[in-house]
Design a protein around this ligand. Structure first.
Ligand code: TPP
Length: 348
């Protein structure tokens, strides 16, 4: 299946760029730069024991930013997996809340009130039927809006993905399935997960268009998501976008990719860096220069410093809150564990 591109690896135009005003293009590049910086900061916080496991997004900035910028934040919803930090921030999640979530703080799960954002999903694929339900519900209520659901190639091997696609296709739910295919489900490569040549090819089986997009090309991601949104709003139902992207780092801070990613692949993937590509085009078209870059750097510093200060000054939760907010009605075994935990603590 052909790969849809607007900017090639060298940042040269090979297609018609979407109509995006200059200020928005600058905002998109700034958010991508922020993503790279968040990774550096979060990994350092994790290594110092301040965060739990962290899933870096480096290499996937364009896939998230290009797609989420095509939405209307008032009426369209984002349903993320766990590597969509940037889409979540763009849909109103404070960075400090994101960091609190990563250290298991209950406050980290508080989403913006009246927002259009679902929480992160770690149980692979479990959010996809929910995304379809949300989209179908919008349609039944006659409310404008689409649902952008993110997931990885690994999640597309789960039953939930197929059930979600089937229901979305038959109900014409306005959902955009955005698969960030970085080629790996932790250490399992795509060819060991599926006999299908691509994720996008599966769309046909569910009665929806499947498009294979260069996920490291932010303009192509924006254009294909905008088109999918138009279809959804026009009553034509779901679209499956396969964003072919690259995971430049580890799966998470608990992973060592040098044990399974071939060294030459690492070098090839660095050459597909989505930030370098977009910055090259932005500079060549007079929309970006060293001053703009320095300003963006300062903006990233401020965002990160403010978020880390808020994160650091938030009182740490009582460890017993670990048992809260999991079940509406707690099962007996969990109540027993909680009682044992409290008794143990009081006996010390
Ligand atoms: C239902 C389920 N099975 C297994 C896991 C363990 N697991 C966590 S991440 C992951 C790989 C996911 O790969 P992919 O969906 O491609 O996303 P990526 O991490 O590459 O962004 C697995 C198998 C899980 N979280 N949920």
């Amino acid at each position: 299946m052909e790969l849809f591109q607007i900017l090639d690896e060298g940042g040269q135009l090979v297609g018609e760029p979407p109509a995006i005003d200059d200020a928005t293009l600058v905002e998109m590049l700034r958010l991508m730069l922020l993503g790279r910086r968040i990774d550096q900061k979060a990994i350092s916080l994790q290594r110092r024991g301040k965060l739990g496991t962290y899933a870096p997004l480096s290499g996937q900035e364009a896939a998230s930013v290009g797609s989420v910028f095509a939405l209307d934040r008032e009426s369209d919803w984002v349903v993320p997996q766990y590597r969509e930090q940037l889409a979540m921030l763009h849909h109103g999640l404070p960075l400090s809340t994101y960091l609190l979530q990563r250290m298991g703080h209950p406050q980290g799960s508080e989403l913006p009130k009246d927002g259009t954002l679902y929480p992160q999903q770690v149980a692979l694929g479990a959010h996809l039927p929910q995304a379809v339900g949300l989209a179908w519900g919008l349609r039944l209520q006659g409310r404008p809006g689409v649902v952008l659901a993110y997931f990885g190639d690994g999640a597309s091997s789960e039953g939930d993905f197929h059930e979600a696609c089937n229901l979305a296709g038959v109900r014409k739910a306005p959902v955009i399935f955005c698969c960030q295919n970085n080629g790996w489900a932790i250490s399992v490569p795509w060819h060991l997960q599926s006999g299908s040549p691509s994720v996008a090819a599966r769309g046909a089986g569910y009665g929806m268009p499947g498009v294979r997009v260069d996920g490291n090309d932010v303009l192509a991601m924006y254009a294909s998501t905008s088109e999918a949104r138009r279809r959804g709003l026009g009553g034509d139902g779901p679209t499956l976008i396969e964003a072919v992207t690259t995971r430049l780092g580890a799966h998470t801070t608990a992973d060592d990719p040098t044990r399974y990613v071939p060294a030459d692949q690492v070098e090839q993937e660095k050459a597909r860096d989505p930030i370098t590509r977009f910055r090259t085009w932005m500079t060549a078209t007079g929309r970006w220069d060293d001053d703009a870059h320095a300003q963006a750097d300062r903006w990233c510093d401020e965002q990160i410093e403010r978020a880390v200060a808020e994160f650091d000054s938030t009182p740490r939760p009582d460890p017993v809150t670990l048992f809260d907010n999991v079940y509406a009605d707690e099962p007996v075994r969990l109540l027993r564990q909680r009682a044992a935990f409290v008794a143990d603590r009081e006996s010390r």
